[in-house]
Design a protein. Structure first.
Lengths: 566, 195
């Protein structure tokens, strides 16, 4: 490995320790056709149910072409007649109650309850899939009813409620769909979901028996409805909300963090060996509370030194993080207006590529960052791992001893970023580590190449505020004057206030109970007028109007949905 | 989390669509023709199943006059109804409703244009637009033809109701079902089975 350039400081250079000698093995190119480390999967049961729905459709076509519907009619009628033989007033009352779930009001309550719970839990993706699946199934079922035009059962008294043609049984189709959607959007995977499947089987069996007793549907209508009702949501949820990416969980914690045990953990280990030649032995979450936009990992790998093993740091990015980033930026645009570059990333691959590029840029410029080791693809276009050097024994600057050397290094980082035309844009205590008297800057995902002068000025003020948190404004200001002019510092504090500071920095400043920002302003020989940041743009105006319109429309539709049973 | 709330809007919109779609999924958009290639359409059979006592079942005789369209058929236990749209008299200008019985209070009996049926007419208003109901009473059923016209000229709509709306007897439907099943099935349950 090439010798790393030293970090530049005002007082000279700080030698960077050589990274550990990680053991590398030969990398392997994945041949065409071989699945990625963590492929998207439907599971065997999902494929079985899809095949069953295909069989139902083929059966419909075969019956229509051969004109053999009367055979099914006769068979179905004989079954229904057998049920009719055992009819009695008490049994009829029981059957009417047992079939309540498939009534319009039963299905409606299920729908509204799910809708409300998913909104309260803010499980938006599951909600979208839920609604999408319901739309598809209801319309598919309605289309099949129109195409097949099968009357209700013959030669037996229909004593339950019914409407329209009978094949497939729309109440059973919709009920099955809604129950499966409920299972996959609200019940955690594992034994609870397995138990839930049996509960659904039981509910459907009771409902089906009730409908057969009341002769509301033919048996084949019920079978076809149940198959459609299971296959479509099962495929949709497994494909669009795979449990390893969008787990249903009621544990406290950030939803951005992915579970790295099980098949994902194995996939990471395999992918690290194939793509970077690293022999990983364990993958563990690391400092989760400090990260909301990715899943940070500490990965134990084999090394060639005496210890035999070392660590690398990795950030696991998934498509869900990109979407979170997109909504977060839209929210900021609506709330605060234009804060320079708020354009979101449109794919997780681009996000990871960008962060890797910025890391390389900073590393090449001698800035004290974790040395990038490469990008690992876990699932194409869905999950990527950004692997870097692990800074062992480091602590956040908010908890470390900060002396003049650290202050100088921090200020030199800003000066060097100015020189190479870069802004970090997220300078806060959580992103500045101190390790053996050496400052390391991390989390470069928000960095911007060729930023506006205003952005660069904000970096300087935020760095001074972070350094001042652990020391005092006077010391930081005096050290800053060695690298920056009074005008540059004045501009920095004119540009920085409120929203331009990261949330963590604002919170710490409030907790300290002293107005560090004002103290810096008092130290300045003169002040510049504040730089305006809340710029109105057409985009913001239009987005705000669209949001308000959408909100009004949403409320109206919600009222309509609540008032109109399915 | 304003952005997250914004994210819910498409779901709400879709929810609205869903409620609308699901509500209409059992409605039948194909006209129930009295005489299709294999006899009466299945929509007519379904109407017969809606009112098991009805000895006559309404249907659409043939192509509707220019300017008139079939809206939809809603057949369910206890009643069946279909409606016709007119480009001059508005959507669902004529609604045809089959029930086991109906209230004809205020209606006047007039000579019937259908064999074996009594006909009654009740005019709600004639101006500014026409509204009225025509009843056909027969064994085990009642057919109401409700006129809700956008204009006060009821002539065309009344003629459409007379000419385009026909009847198929239950006996004919029974024979049709029996023939289609090779003599193995009957439309109705045996008389002793009362559910």
């Amino acid at each position: 490995m090439a010798t790393l350039p030293p970090a530049v400081t005002a007082t000279g250079t700080v030698a960077r320790p050589q990274p550990p000698a990680l053991r590398h093995v030969r990398r392997r190119r994945r041949p065409s056709g071989e699945p990625p480390p963590l492929p998207r999967h439907l599971n065997a049961s999902g494929k079985w149910w899809l095949a069953a729905s295909g069989a139902v459709v083929l059966a419909w076509i075969a019956v229509a072409v051969t004109g053999s519907v009367s055979l099914f009619d006769v068979a179905d009628t004989r079954v229904l007649q057998a049920f009719a033989q055992v009819r009695s007033p008490p049994l009829t009352r029981i059957a009417l109650i047992a079939g309540a779930l498939a009534t319009p009001i039963g299905v409606y309550l299920l729908w509204v309850a799910n809708f409300a719970v998913l909104i309260v839990l803010r499980r938006w993706r599951h909600l979208f899939v839920w609604v999408g699946v319901a739309l598809v199934v209801v319309n598919l079922g309605g289309t099949m009813l129109t195409l097949l035009q099968r009357p209700r059962p013959y030669e037996v008294a229909l004593i339950g409620r019914w409407a329209g043609f009978s094949m497939p049984s729309l109440p059973i189709t919709v009920l099955t769909t809604f129950l499966v959607c409920t299972l996959y959007s609200l019940v955690p995977a594992g034994r609870y979901r397995t138990a839930g499947k049996w509960v659904i089987c039981g509910l459907l069996a009771v409902t089906a028996l009730s409908r057969l007793y009341l002769a509301q549907d033919h048996p084949t209508d019920i079978v076809a409805g149940a198959i459609l009702g299971v296959a479509v949501p099962l495929a949709a949820f497994r494909w669009l909300t795979p449990n390893d990416v969008f787990p249903v969980s009621y544990r406290r914690g950030r939803t951005a963090h992915l579970d790295v045990t099980g098949i994902r953990g194995d996939a990471i280990i395999r992918a690290l060996q194939d793509q970077l030649g690293l022999l990983a032995t364990s993958v563990k979450p690391f400092n989760l509370e400090g990260s909301g936009g990715s899943t940070p990992l500490k990965i134990c790998v084999k090394s060639d030194d005496a210890a035999g093993e070392s660590y690398v740091f990795a950030k696991l990015y998934a498509a869900t993080h990109v979407r979170s980033d997109r909504w977060y930026k839209l929210g900021r645009t609506l709330l605060y207006g234009r804060l320079e570059d708020e354009q979101p990333f449109h794919s997780v691959r681009r996000l990871v590529q960008y962060e890797d590029y910025v890391l390389h840029l900073m590393d090449d410029a001698g800035l004290p960052v974790s040395h990038p080791l490469g990008i690992v693809e876990i699932t194409p276009e869905r999950e990527y791992l950004l692997v870097t050097e692990f800074i062992a024994g480091s602590s956040e600057i908010g908890e470390a001893d900060v002396d003049e050397a650290i202050i100088d290094q921090g200020l030199a980082v800003v000066r060097r970023m100015w020189e190479i035309g870069l802004a970090h844009r997220d300078i806060k205590p959580a992103n500045l580590l101190v390790c053996d008297g050496r400052l390391v800057i991390i989390d470069t995902a928000f960095a911007e190449v060729r930023p506006s002068p205003w952005r660069q000025a904000v970096d300087l003020a935020n760095m001074m505020l972070v350094l001042g948190l652990r020391t005092d404004a006077e010391t930081v200001y005096q050290r800053a004057r060695r690298q920056f002019s009074e005008e540059e510092i004045a501009e920095a504090f004119a540009a920085t206030r409120g929203l331009t500071m990261p949330t963590q920095l604002r919170r710490l400043l409030r907790q300290r109970g002293r107005d560090l920002h004002a103290q810096f302003l008092e130290l300045l020989p003169y002040r510049l007028p504040p730089v305006r940041i809340q710029l109105f743009s057409w985009r913001r105006v239009l987005l705000t109007i669209a949001t308000l319109f959408g909100a009004v429309l949403g409320v109206m539709i919600l009222i309509s949905v609540l008032g109109q049973p399915l | 989390m304003k952005a997250a709330r914004i994210a819910a809007l498409p779901a709400l919109v879709a929810g609205g669509l869903l409620s609308g779609c699901a509500g209409g999924s059992t409605l039948i958009t194909a006209a129930p023709l009295c005489a299709g290639p294999d006899g009466a359409d299945n929509g007519v059979v379904l109407m017969a199943q809606s009112v098991p006592t009805a000895t006559q079942v309404p249907c659409i005789r043939s192509a509707l006059p220019l300017g008139w369209n079939f809206h939809h058929l809603d057949a369910r236990n206890g009643r069946a109804q279909f409606s016709l749209d007119s480009d001059r008299d508005g959507q669902m200008a004529v609604e045809v409703r089959l029930e086991a019985s109906c209230t004809t209070a205020g209606a006047t009996e007039v000579p019937s244009d259908r064999d074996g049926m009594r006909r009654l007419e009740r005019v709600g208003r004639t101006s500014p637009s026409y509204a009225g109901t025509r009843y056909y009473l027969f064994d085990g059923g009642c057919l109401s033809v409700v006129f809700s016209l956008a204009s006060n000229d009821a002539g065309e709509a009344l003629a459409v109701a007379s000419q385009a709306v026909g009847f198929v007897s239950r006996d004919e439907l029974r024979a049709q079902v029996r023939d289609a099943s090779g003599g193995r099935l009957s439309l109705d349950p045996p008389p002793h089975e009362n559910g």
